[in-house]
Design a protein around this ligand. Structure first.
Ligand SMILES: [Zn+2]
Length: 297
């Protein structure tokens, strides 16, 4: 295998042990590196947002309809502030963190202190827009702020689906490897199958290292080879922002006449920044006057 295929991002949707469990295995190295470049993330912010984006991407792949979307938001009270990830059914994601340049000392075991940076005093909220009148909202208290454990808690408490979640980002000068695994037990899972999964859990602890050494297909063999994996479908995780000028125009119109007039008279224009991709949209005085006219009709 060449280095090239080792580094290729991908998601595998799997059936385990003849359908007694299902799994999502994703390599997201490039996706997390893109997030790091766009937001100029510190190492610990890369690990934290990278884990959330990777988890959200896999959860996006669980959505039924390509128009559906999923938002995962963590407010943990730590120095990073709020972390946000939005995923779509094709595995693409976008996200941001309030304070991207926070850096903390390494933990005693030499690992990045993601839990300390995220904080443990707060909640994980998952919002699913399934095209219905009301979105589905699930919320759980954070367990560790390490994100994998918190998502597992969400699946168990909010969706009544016992799940094992492992997320990892290995950061050096750039992102060396990133990836994740979610295993969900089906209601008819036997005791023996459950035991096999539980016994395997320690192997999933250092998932980013597994990806850095073996790539996606090698990781499949290493991590799940003994659980009779069967690939049901594949997806390509990627960082993608779907913002457009039109959306920001509508946002400005929604500010109302008074605010728009103020922007015209006092600032003689406006600059709006997309939180997800850092693109800046500029509006001249004349363009704002056009929007003001539209706001009045
Ligand atoms: Zn954008």
């Amino acid at each position: 295998m060449t280095d090239n295929t080792l580094n290729l991002d991908g998601t595998l949707r799997l059936s385990l042990m003849g359908g007694q469990a299902r799994a999502f295995l994703t390599q997201s190295t490039r996706m997390v590196q893109d997030a790091r470049s766009i937001h100029r993330l510190s190492r610990v912010a890369t690990a934290a947002l990278g884990r959330l984006l990777t988890g959200a991407s896999m959860m996006g792949c669980m959505l039924k309809d390509e128009r559906d979307s999923l938002t995962a938001m963590i407010k943990g009270g730590g120095p990073l502030g709020t972390l946000m990830a939005v995923a779509r059914a094709d595995g693409t994601v976008k996200g941001y963190v309030d304070n991207p340049d926070v850096e903390l000392p390494l933990r005693a075991d030499g690992k990045l202190d993601v839990g300390g940076a995220v904080g443990r005093d707060g909640q994980l909220t998952v919002i699913k827009d399934l095209g219905l009148r009301e979105p589905y909202v699930g919320r759980v208290n954070l367990r560790s702020g390490e994100i994998g454990e918190d998502l597992a808690m969400y699946f168990t408490a909010s969706e009544q689906t016992p799940s094992l979640v492992s997320l990892g980002v290995l950061v050096g000068e750039s992102v060396v490897a990133a990836g994740g695994l979610i295993i969900q037990v089906m209601p008819d899972c036997s005791e023996a199958a459950l035991k096999s999964i539980e016994l395997s859990a320690p192997m999933f602890m250092n998932i980013s290292k597994t990806f850095s050494e073996y790539g996606l297909n090698g990781a499949l063999e290493q991590l799940l080879g003994h659980l009779e994996p069967e690939i049901l479908s594949t997806a390509r995780p990627a960082y993608h922002c779907d913002c457009c000028r039109d959306r920001f125009e509508r946002g400005l119109i929604a500010l109302g006449r008074e605010e728009l007039t103020k922007l015209i008279d006092e600032d003689h224009g406006a600059e709006v920044n997309c939180h997800f991709c850092n693109r800046t949209y500029r509006f001249s005085e004349q363009q704002l006057r056009d929007l003001l006219r539209r706001a009045q009709t």
